[in-house]
Design a protein around this ligand. Structure first.
Ligand SMILES: Cc1cc2nc3c(=O)[nH]c(=O)nc-3n(C[C@H](O)[C@H](O)[C@H](O)COP(=O)(O)O)c2cc1C
Length: 191
């Protein structure tokens, strides 16, 4: 059986992102669990704010490129910063573009999401670690027919949880491999 293909991305557009650092650790553990992981950054995609007029007039090439990546992977690892109690505009915008039908697909085909598996994580300087963004993200992904694993990891007090790129907080370091393993296992079963 070929390796599970995982697409990894964070909802942060910041250079010094806590969530990107957390995601990098999760990617490491997913590779250890045997997955073939593609790690991308949303900032490398020129995604205008979604509007139906834009979609009808000229579906952006980068939105198609992003959707193709979602379609060609079995599962996702998503790190979600919390902005005002929810996911970032950048992540929601990306999900909205990827959720749209393209190239003659029927409405609500959801080919970028349907039947895929996702593992979620967040990091924030707050004592809640971005937990509220994860409940919103879980709900959104469920709406677009993605199975979200029950395990999730939130890093609280992120400003002291990392030393450079290293995650020094021990609990997330224990939980991340379990999250990564579950995503790989479930993606194998649902393939
Ligand atoms: C517009 C805005 C809203 C924010 N709202 C929240 C929030 O609701 N909860 C929270 O824990 N942190 C909030 N933060 C702080 C972010 O958690 C912090 O900027 C964090 O570093 C973002 O993740 P990143 O480093 O991966 O980009 C907010 C930051 C910004 C800029």
């Amino acid at each position: 059986m070929s390796a599970v293909k995982i697409l990894a991305l964070s909802g942060s557009l910041q250079d010094e992102s806590f969530n990107q650092r957390l995601l990098d650790r999760a990617v490491h553990f997913a590779r250890e669990a045997g997955a073939d992981v593609t790690s991308i950054k949303l900032e490398d995609f020129d995604l205008p704010l979604y509007s139906q007029d834009r979609e009808m007039n000229a579906f952006p090439e980068d939105a198609k490129r992003l959707k193709a990546l979602f379609c060609s992977h079995d599962a996702f690892l998503l790190a979600s910063p919390e902005h005002n109690g929810s996911i970032t505009t950048a992540l929601k915008n990306a999900i909205d573009w990827v959720s749209r039908s393209t190239d003659g697909e029927p409405p609500l085909a959801l080919t970028g999401f349907r039947g895929k598996v996702a593992g979620l994580m967040s990091a924030s300087p707050s004592p809640f670690g971005g937990l509220r963004s994860l409940s919103h993200l879980r709900q959104i992904l469920t709406t677009v027919q993605t199975l979200v694993v029950t395990e999730q990891v939130s890093v609280t007090f992120a400003h002291i949880a990392f030393e450079g790129p290293e995650l020094i907080d021990s609990l997330p370091n224990q939980l991340l491999p379990l999250l990564a393993k579950r995503v790989v296992q479930l993606a194998k079963v649902s393939a």
